[in-house]
Design a protein around this ligand. Structure first.
Ligand code: AMP
Length: 187
């Protein structure tokens, strides 16, 4: 977890490789669906472009299907999901039905103004349609309103690991790996 631009994707890929589990990135799945012009992609696009969250029922159905796939059987790393309390509740229910639960929630923390600047630089390189300044600021508002409550939720559960993600990428990576060392991938 972490606000837009905190480095979730980068560190998720690295950590998942280290743990030998697939990354399930809802943002990447939505962007792939948009690129492929599927019905789901058409539904998702206007939310992505506006910096809003795709409705929970759409996102939850997509994750439910993805978590049922064989490669997620021995573990998985979620990137950018859950992002709302409703999503967190549905995720609990999906995992409980499979007899498992989350081991850890990794939260990347960075000062929001630093992130806005980081995202504007990324916009120049990647040309993402949701990286204009107005949309970036909206994405932060949505994160604060809808996703920050999950940080407390997982803190209360005792599975939250907060990492200062304003440091350079290698330092953050080391801290993320330290969390991984606490986890036992399922046999
Ligand atoms: P990300 O790449 O994770 O920053 O996601 C990019 C965009 O995809 C977000 O701004 C949302 O529009 C959408 N998205 C990704 N994950 C979710 C989610 N869990 N719930 C709702 N919308 C999502």
């Amino acid at each position: 977890m972490g606000p837009p631009g905190a480095g979730k994707g980068t560190h998720a890929d690295h950590l998942a490789g280290h743990l030998g589990v697939p990354v399930i990135s809802t943002g990447d799945i939505f962007r792939a669906q948009v690129a492929d012009g599927t019905e789901l992609g058409r539904t998702a696009q206007r939310f992505l472009d506006a910096g809003e969250y795709v409705p929970d029922e759409v996102t939850n159905a997509m994750v439910r299907e993805r978590l049922a796939a064989d490669d997620a059987h021995f573990g998985f790393l979620l990137d950018g999901y859950p992002r709302t309390l409703d999503q967190a509740a549905v995720l609990d229910e999906i995992l409980a039905a499979q007899g498992r639960s989350l081991d850890a929630a990794v939260v990347l923390q960075v000062d929001p103004e630093e992130l806005v600047q980081r995202l504007l630089r990324r916009a120049e390189i990647e040309h993402r349609s949701d990286d204009t300044e107005e949309v970036i600021r909206r994405r932060f508002e949505v994160y604060d309103a809808q996703t920050s409550p999950l940080v407390s939720l997982y803190g209360n559960r005792g599975i939250r690991h907060e990492i200062d993600a304003s440091a350079d990428i290698d330092t953050v990576r080391i801290h993320v790996r330290q969390v991984a060392s606490l986890l036992q991938p399922a046999a």
